[in-house]
Design a protein around this ligand. Structure first.
Ligand code: ZN
Length: 425
């Protein structure tokens, strides 16, 4: 570190936010003078609210050591503040978003603190990952280095056609082409869209392609250009375990045989519950043994009901319109319930039916120019997947040691997936 009076010696100090910390407290604790800290925070507020700070977040403070600045000024500063007289706060920086940092620095001319937000462009990369399911989809995804958010996306894409509770068998395969965004240190900042999602169930491959038709609404389409989206989701909670099916069973609390008019999904308390389809909130509130309850009216005489909720989603009120996949509430155990789970019902003409037996009408089928564009897009995506797989071995070798790009490794230890970028991360 340079230490002559002509070149100020800057000393960085990283502080980590803990629960209950204030930015002021952290800065003073690290040696900043109170008035300096106050001025720096005032400047920061113009581009970033300190209330957005979260435990675990790091803030880099920069100090100028005494030898590098005017002694008299530093002493005056120190005595006025009655704090650390050895160093002077020069600025701070923190990551405000995955693709942005904010910086506060003393302006050379005025000595005032000035804040700015600096975009940190992320690099988009297309990744390929594949695997064979041995026990669960999530274990297989982890083994393949595929982030959970991407796997949840795959489950959503297939949720209209595949009953993940029943139809997934050991030996089934998945294959994904998806986007990921990396920062300049080669760390994955976030995942993007799934471009192609494939599942092979008992040897039958199903390929879905993300595509934006002229309507402007991006969706998944099968190889023939048929939208996979249907009026109702099969499972209105992610990754939940079906703990009780539809039909007669011995009631866990009442003890006698009783018709179970819905499906129970066991999930941790607080797990989000999604509206199974577009519709209007017909009923919301306590409903006897159902506890906290919501019923949604959909098109064509369908309704769905959700019971034992812990609480309701933001802005979800009676008469409100909801979209498929919107969070309407959270898993709980209110009403007559033995533990956190969602009791889910589908009603046709106000009568409960087995949600697993209903045959929902097919979604939109692409036509004319949309279909032509889709077929071209599909061919491009198939080619892209082939290119990534073919170029794979070289990409893995070229990857630098600190590259964090997910790479899937099969049981023999061979990498089977990697980034599509030339340097592999
Ligand atoms: Zn139930």
């Amino acid at each position: 570190m340079a230490d002559s009076p002509d070149t100020p010696a800057l000393e960085p100090k990283t502080v980590k936010v803990s629960r209950g910390d204030t930015l002021m407290g952290l800065m003073v604790g690290a040696g900043a003078g109170r008035s300096d800290a106050h001025e720096a925070i005032t400047a920061l507020r113009e581009v970033y609210s300190p209330r957005r700070l979260r435990p675990g977040q790091e803030i880099e403070l920069t100090f100028s050591t005494i030898s590098a600045i005017d002694e008299e000024e530093a002493n005056a500063q120190g005595s006025a503040d009655d704090t650390n007289a050895d160093s002077l706060l020069m600025g701070l920086s923190l990551q405000s978003a995955v693709d942005e940092i904010v910086q506060v620095a003393r302006a050379a001319a005025s000595d005032d603190f000035v804040a700015e937000a600096i975009a940190r462009p992320l690099e988009r990369q297309v990744l390929h990952g594949s695997g064979t399911i041995e026990s669960s989809l999530f274990v297989a995804a982890r083994n393949a280095g595929i982030p959970n958010s991407v796997m949840i996306g795959l489950m959503r894409a297939f949720s209209y056609d595949v009953d993940f509770q029943r139809e997934i068998q050991p030996g089934d395969k998945f294959d994904l082409v998806y986007e990921a965004f990396y920062d300049n240190e080669g760390k994955m900042a976030k995942t993007g869209n799934i471009l192609v999602a494939s599942l092979s169930l008992s040897g039958t491959p199903l390929n879905l392609y993300s595509f934006t038709p002229s309507s402007g609404f991006t969706d998944f389409f099968d190889e023939k250009g048929q939208a996979v989206r249907k009026a109702l989701l099969r499972t209105p909670v992610d990754g939940a375990r079906l703990s009780s099916g539809f039909g007669v069973r011995k009631h866990p609390i009442l003890g006698y045989n009783k018709m179970h008019k819905g499906l129970d999904f066991a999930a941790p308390s607080g797990t989000p519950i999604y509206a199974a389809g577009d519709g209007v909130i017909e009923r919301i509130g306590r409903n006897g043994g159902y506890g906290k309850y919501i019923r949604i009216r959909h098109h064509s005489g369908y309704k769905t009901a959700y019971a034992h909720m812990k609480g309701y989603g933001k802005g979800v009120k009676k008469g409100k319109r909801v979209k498929q996949g919107q969070i309407i509430g959270y898993v709980g155990t209110t009403g007559r319930s033995t533990g956190p789970h969602l009791h889910y019902e589908v009603l046709v003409n106000n009568k409960q039916v087995n949600p697993r037996k209903i045959k929902l009408p097919a979604g939109e089928k692409l036509k004319k120019q949309d279909l032509k564009n889709f077929q071209a897009h599909r061919a491009d995506m198939d080619q892209l997947r082939q290119d990534i797989i073919a170029g794979n071995a070289q990409i893995v070798q070229a990857a630098p040691a600190n590259c964090n790009a997910p790479q899937s490794v099969d049981e023999s230890g061979t990498a089977t997936a990697s980034a599509a970028s030339p340097n592999g991360c």
